[in-house]
Ligand binder design. Structure first.
Ligand SMILES: Nc1ncnc2c1ncn2[C@@H]1O[C@H](COP(=O)(O)OP(=O)(O)O)[C@@H](O)[C@H]1O
Ligand SMILES: [Mg+2]
Length: 429
């Protein structure tokens, strides 16, 4: 799958309609304005939160691959004439402290202002200078927070001496407030900040989450900013347990799976947007029955469906462009997953993997009960299956760890029956 083939022109397309990446705010082969489908209610809800307040904090949550990042990007795209927003989303890192959170936020806002000439020209030069000294390349702090990042002693190029900036959260908040006020002053209604993948924080346990959220609570209440927090469902469950934080948030927005009709529409739209020219009719790269099979396998999860189609089409052995049908789908994906995960497993590992494939979530204890094994014998198998990417840790609850099949391991469920004739399109590895 890693070798890059240029197959799409043969289908009459300019690019890959199965690209599983989020739609971007700016540009891309699939422009968000035309590629984005559905979510009308959620969009109404979120724009109401934003338009009827001068400041807000909004949690967007749902399962991985359901369309959260794309949704937040769409909100930013649709708001960009009225609301200032940093060029990209802020990817939350698992080891962020509250200071990292705040520092990176202000830095990202600054870096966008600095690169946008029409904004830069209107912006109060004193504030710009202050930001430049703190966050600009002159300080060499582009890589985030260095150990020295909070000891700023500052001289402006105009020769005016700024007092050394205090490095505490309160000072960062004041500076941020100044910037947000100026953004409104030059004509924007406000600023939208998008934090992505918040769930990464809980990797270090729920105490870290609580301490971070408490540490940024004041910062999040600046006027003129709307904070979109994008996160997996597991994070929402934790978040729910911190009333002091939950209290400053609007009603969270849950994103659920698309309907089969929406998925079909999304793919049709992609194919039509990617067509080479209006006088060439593209080959539809997948049939409806295949989409139904994948819809059931992934319970409507769009990224799972797209990744499956992407892998299947790259493993078709055919000189001419071929539409994916259920037979091709099963052969390519089953064999791909089998080669990748199963062939190197011993009998016990296979047994455990099969058991995990049966259910949405499985714990060590479930496996002990099923096979009469000891926890200490199951643990290394789980570690190995996780290392090779066959299973993933879905969530932890107190001491319990819940495992789920990875998206690729689910292809093992597509096992073509033994009496199906050999598929001529399957590329042997
Ligand atoms: N509303 C939508 N319309 C069209 N495509 C979408 C939509 N939402 C998500 N997608 C596509 O689905 C895939 C997964 O979306 P993504 O935003 O990355 O999910 P998440 O952030 O929840 O993991 C991406 O390829 C994205 O382009
Ligand atoms: Mg995402």
């Amino acid at each position: 799958m890693s070798e890059s083939k240029n197959i799409w022109n043969g289908y009459g397309l300019r690019g890959n309609p199965f690209n599983p990446d989020p739609l971007q705010v700016y540009g891309g082969a699939l422009p968000i304005e035309e590629s984005f489908i559905g979510r009308e209610e959620e969009f109404k809800q979120i724009t109401k939160h934003i338009h009827s307040n001068n400041t807000s904090r909004i949690l967007i949550y749902g399962n991985i691959g359901i369309g959260k990042t794309t949704f937040a990007n769409y909100v930013r795209f649709e708001s960009q004439n009225d609301y200032f927003t940093p060029l990209g989303e802020l990817g939350v890192q698992y080891d962020w402290t509250p200071q990292d959170f705040m520092f990176n936020t202000v830095q990202y806002v600054y870096s966008t202002i600095e690169r946008n000439e029409s904004i830069r020209e209107k912006f109060n030069p004193d504030i710009l200078q202050e930001l430049k000294v703190l966050f600009g390349s002159e300080r060499g702090i582009q890589t985030g927070i260095g150990a020295n990042a909070f000891g700023f002693g500052i001289t402006s190029t105009k020769g005016k001496q700024f007092a050394p900036q205090p490095t505490n959260p309160h000072a960062l908040k004041l500076l941020f407030q100044e910037v947000l006020d100026e953004i409104q002053h030059i004509g924007y209604k406000g600023t939208i900040i998008h934090y992505n993948n918040l769930e990464l924080i809980q990797d270090k346990g729920e105490n870290q989450l609580i301490s971070i959220m408490n540490g940024i609570r004041d910062f999040l209440q600046v006027e003129g900013a709307h904070f979109l927090f994008v996160s997996e469902t597991s994070f929402f469950e934790l978040f729910h347990q911190i009333p002091r934080i939950e209290g400053i948030f609007k009603t969270p927005i849950l994103l659920t799976a698309f309907t089969p009709q929406e998925i079909k529409k999304i793919l049709e739209k992609r194919v039509s947007l990617l067509r080479i020219s209006s006088d060439i009719t593209p080959i539809n790269p997948v049939d409806d029955e295949t989409l139904e099979i994948l819809y059931d396998l992934y319970e409507g999860n769009l990224r799972g469906i797209l990744r499956s189609l992407d892998c299947a089409i790259n493993n078709i052995e055919s000189a001419t462009p071929t539409q994916i049908n259920p037979m091709i789908l099963k052969y390519t994906l089953y064999h791909f997953s089998n080669n990748r995960f199963v062939t190197n497993l011993n009998a016990t590992e296979k047994k455990v993997l099969n058991k995990i494939l049966e259910k949405k979530e499985t714990t060590n204890k479930n496996l002990c009960e099923a096979f009469g094994m000891l926890p200490q014998n199951v643990a290394p198998i789980l570690t190995n299956l996780r290392d090779i990417g066959a299973i993933r840790l879905a969530r932890t609850e107190a001491q319990k760890r819940f495992y789920s099949p990875s998206q690729e391991a689910l292809w093992l469920k597509l096992n073509p029956t033994l009496n199906t004739p050999l598929n001529p399109f399957f590329k042997k590895k």
